[in-house]
Design a protein around this ligand. Structure first.
Ligand SMILES: *Cc1c(COP(=O)(O)O)cnc(C)c1O
Length: 522
C-alpha cells in the first residue's frame, strides 16, 4: 500500500480499519494471527448461564414428566415443586440462595419470584410492564448500586430500563434527547476524550451536528485528565457531558478529585445533562460512578457484555433517578415544542406532559406506535437478573470478579514486560486496555532521530499494517477514539493469556524492522 492508499484507510472508523487489518493478516501472515484489537472478552460467567438453563428445564418439565412438545407453562403453586427439583449442585444451590436473598431483600414471596423467573426465562409473554419486569427491576437496580454507585440510599429511587446491550442504550438516549428537543442541531456537548468511537461518530452524523468539547486525558498524565479541564463545563452553552468511566481506550476511572470538581461545577450548572457509560466500572475495586455524586443530572449506561463475557446476549441497561434534570428540562420547552411532544406521545398516554423521560426512551425505542410491545426480551431480562445475583450473593468478596480482574492484570503484566515498559499500577487503572504510543516507544528504544523518521516517512497506519502483515497481530488504531496519531490500543480481554508476551515481542520486532530500514538509508 502506498501513502495515499494508507491515507484513505485512515479515514475509516477504528473498527472498520480493524476489519481490513484482519483480512490482511489472514492473507499474508505465515503464523496464526492474534487479534488483540477487540474488547470482546474470551471468558464467560458459567454459573448464571447454567442457572438459566435449570430454570428453563424446570419450567418445561414440572407439570408433565413425559417429553411432549406442546407444554402448558406453569403459573401457580410452583414453590414446593421447585424446591424439590433443586439438587445439591453448585448451580442449584446458587438458585436456592438467590431465591432466599430476593425474598428477604425485597419482601416478595418465592412464588412471585418464581413466576417472574420461569415465565421470563421461557419467554411466553410480552415484557409487562414494558420498561422492566417488577422484581427484576429491583434486582438490577441493587446490582448497579453495589458495583457502580455505592450509595444504598439511591437504590429505591433509581429506575432501570434494560436494553439490547449498551449499544442500544446509547442509540436510544441520543434519539430521545433529539426527539424531545433537549439536544438540537448545533448544540455543544462535551466528552472525556479519548473515548469509545460511537460517541465521537454519532454526533458527527448530519442529524445531530453537535459540537464536541474535549475534556482531554493524555498519556503524559497516564490517561487521567486534569480536573481543571472540567472548568470547560462552566460554559452554559454546553448542554451535555458524555462520559465513559472508566475510560475506553484510556482505561482510567475518574479520580476522587475529578468527582469532587464535577460536583462543584454542577452547583453552577444544575441544568447540565450527563450521560455516563460505566461498562468497565466493576474492573476497578473502589469505583464510584458520576451518577453517585450527580444522580439528578445523570443517565447511567451499563452493559453485562464485558464482565460476564456476554456480548452475544446483548444485555445492557439505562438507569435514571426518579427526579432528574431531563424531566425538569422538558418543563422548560417552548409551548410549540410541548405541543409537538403532546402529539407525539398522545397515542400512548392520556397525559403526555407527565410521561417521564425514561419512559419516553422506551416509547421512542419502538417508534412510539409499538410502545405496547417495547421492552427487552424477558429471557434477556432474566439473564441480567442472574448475572446480577452472582454478585449480590458475594458482596464482601466476589470470587468471579476477582478472577476476571486477575486475568486481565496478568495479561497486562505480560504485555508490558515484553515491551519493557513500566506498568501503571494506579488502582484506577482497569488494565482492560493498553494504549501504546508507537513514536514514544521508537524514541525510547532507538532515539529521537529514528522516531522523527518514522513519523515523517510513513503514515501512522503503516505500523498497524506491517504488524498485521508480517507478524499477524491486529491492534486498534487510537485515532478513531480521539488519540493523537501513533497511539494504538491493545485489548487484554480477548486473547489466550500466553499470547500477550508474544504480542509485545512482535510489536518490538516490527520496530526493529523499521530501524534496520532506517539504518540502511542513513
Ligand atoms: C463495549 C462497550 C459498549 C458496548 O456494550 P454492548 O453491551 O456490548 O453493546 C458500550 N460502551 C463502551 C464504553 C464499551 O466499551
Amino acid at each position: 500500500m502506498d501513502n495515499n492508499e494508507e491515507k484513505q484507510l485512515e479515514s475509516l472508523g477504528a473498527f472498520e480499519i480493524s476489519d481490513r487489518l484482519i483480512a490482511l493478516a489472514k492473507e499474508k501472515a505465515t503464523q496464526p494471527f492474534f487479534n488483540a484489537g477487540r474488547g470482546n472478552p474470551n471468558w464467560v460467567n458459567a454459573r448464571a448461564r447454567l442457572a438459566f438453563n435449570r430454570l428453563v428445564e424446570f419450567g418445561l418439565t414440572y407439570e408433565q414428566s413425559d417429553d411432549r412438545e406442546l407444554v402448558m407453562v406453569p403459573t401457580t403453586n410452583m414453590t414446593d415443586a421447585f424446591l424439590d427439583f433443586l439438587t445439591a449442585s453448585k448451580t442449584d444451590q446458587f438458585l436456592l440462595q438467590s431465591l432466599l436473598y430476593v425474598e428477604k431483600t425485597f419482601a416478595v414471596s418465592k412464588e412471585a419470584i418464581l413466576q417472574e423467573w420461569l415465565q421470563g426465562a421461557l419467554g411466553d409473554n410480552y415484557p409487562v410492564p414494558s420498561r422492566v419486569l417488577p422484581i427484576s427491576g429491583q434486582i438490577i437496580s441493587t446490582y448497579l448500586n453495589q458495583v457502580l454507585i455505592k450509595d444504598p440510599t439511591l437504590t429505591n429511587d433509581t429506575l432501570v430500563f434494560p436494553t439490547e446491550g449498551g449499544t442500544a442504550a446509547i442509540v436510544y438516549i441520543f434519539q430521545t434527547l433529539k426527539e424531545n428537543f433537549l439536544l438540537q442541531k448545533g448544540d455543544k456537548i462535551a466528552m472525556n476524550t479519548p473515548i469509545f468511537t460511537p460517541y465521537l461518530q454519532i454526533p458527527k452524523l448530519e442529524e445531530y451536528e453537535l459540537v464536541e468539547i474535549d475534556v482531554a486525558a493524555t498519556e503524559h498524565n497516564n490517561w487521567q485528565f486534569d480536573p481543571k479541564e472540567l472548568d470547560k463545563l462552566l460554559d452554559p452553552t454546553i448542554k451535555a457531558f458524555f462520559i465513559v468511566n472508566p475510560s475506553n481506550p484510556g482505561a482510567k476511572a475518574f479520580s476522587k478529585a475529578a468527582l469532587d470538581k464535577l460536583q462543584q461545577i454542577l452547583i453552577q450548572r444544575p441544568d447540565l445533562m450527563i450521560l455516563t457509560d460505566d461498562v468497565y466500572g466493576p474492573f476497578v475495586e473502589d469505583f464510584q460512578s458520576v451518577y453517585a455524586i450527580a444522580p439528578h443530572n445523570t443517565l447511567l449506561v451499563y452493559s453485562y457484555s464485558k464482565l460476564f463475557g456476554a456480548t452475544g446476549w446483548r444485555l445492557g441497561v439505562i438507569a435514571a433517578h426518579k427526579r432528574n434534570v431531563f424531566d425538569d428540562l422538558l418543563q422548560t420547552l417552548s409551548s410549540e415544542q410541548k405541543h409537538a411532544l403532546h402529539k407525539r406521545y398522545e397515542i400512548v398516554t392520556t397525559t403526555p406532559e407527565s410521561l417521564a423521560f425514561l419512559d419516553r426512551i422506551g416509547a421512542d425505542s419502538r417508534s412510539v406506535g409499538l410502545y405496547h410491545t417495547s421492552g427487552l426480551s424477558t429471557p434477556q431480562q432474566i439473564m441480567e437478573v442472574l448475572f446480577s445475583l452472582t454478585h449480590l450473593l458475594h458482596l464482601t468478596h466476589d470470587p468471579y470478579v476477582a478472577d476476571a480482574r486477575q486475568l486481565i492484570a496478568t495479561r497486562y503484566h505480560d504485555l508490558m514486560h515484553a515491551l519493557q515498559l513500566a506498568e501503571d499500577e494506579d488502582p484506577l487503572n482497569t488494565k482492560y486496555y493498553t494504549l501504546i504510543d508507537v513514536y514514544r516507544l521508537a524514541e525510547t528504544k532507538y532515539g529521537t532521530a529514528f522516531a522523527t523518521y518514522l513519523k515523517e516517512a510513513f503514515e501512522p497506519i503503516d505500523f498497524l499494517l506491517r504488524l498485521a502483515q508480517t507478524e499477524g497481530v491486529i491492534l486498534m488504531d487510537g485515532v478513531g477514539f480521539g488519540t493523537k496519531a501513533g497511539e494504538v490500543r491493545v485489548s487484554q480481554a480477548n486473547l489466550a493469556t500466553e499470547r500477550y508476551e508474544k504480542v509485545g515481542k512482535r510489536i518490538l520486532s516490527v520496530l526493529d524492522d523499521y530501524y534496520a530500514q532506517y539504518k540502511k538509508n542513513h
